[in-house]
Design a protein. Sequence first.
Length: 221
Amino acid sequence: MKTISDLQPFLHHSLFTILKNEKFTELRPAQIKSVQAGLFEKKNILVCTPTGSGKTLVAEFAAMNTIYNKKGKAVYVVPLKSLATEKYNVFKQKYPDKRIALSIGDTDSSDSYLESYDLIFTTSEKLDSLMRHNTPWLQQIKVVIIDEIHLLNEPDRGPTLEVVITLLRHLLKDVQIIGLSATIGNPDELAAWLNAELVQDSWRPVELHHGTYFEGNVEFY
């Protein structure tokens, strides 16, 4: 498995056509490993690879394939409203035939209108609020992507994110969770907690060099 064409047996034909028309054709190591780990078998996946290694596309595979196959909704959780807006705009342009929503506003609202949307971009705080309102359409969620999942360790956002993930797993017995991060200090422990397959790889699009800059000179290690 090396190219997008190799994914044709796994992907809905409409999704495959969209991805086949992208500028890239080669799959990156994280994407290959995620598929081999059971991405299309509804297994939970924790992807811990460097920035630019293709983690977002792993999440896109799972979310959009579920949506095109009419299995249910997908929710994409990010830490910042600005990041949610950015990803919403990208997906909205790429998938104009699907109903994609951005839910980052009032945290004291059930946002019942989201029942008619396929893919929802939101923050952990907003999703926490939606669950506390017992929003009916939550039962339709089949895939949840947690971007920057290492924020579980942060004192501010960490507790809310942990509660969100715990509630999701309790309320939605067959939900698939895709965790994404470039910096996890305890990936094995986190993968075990999520009951997820751990995908790790060191490949990055640009080689990283470490060095020290002093008085106009850089000394690389």
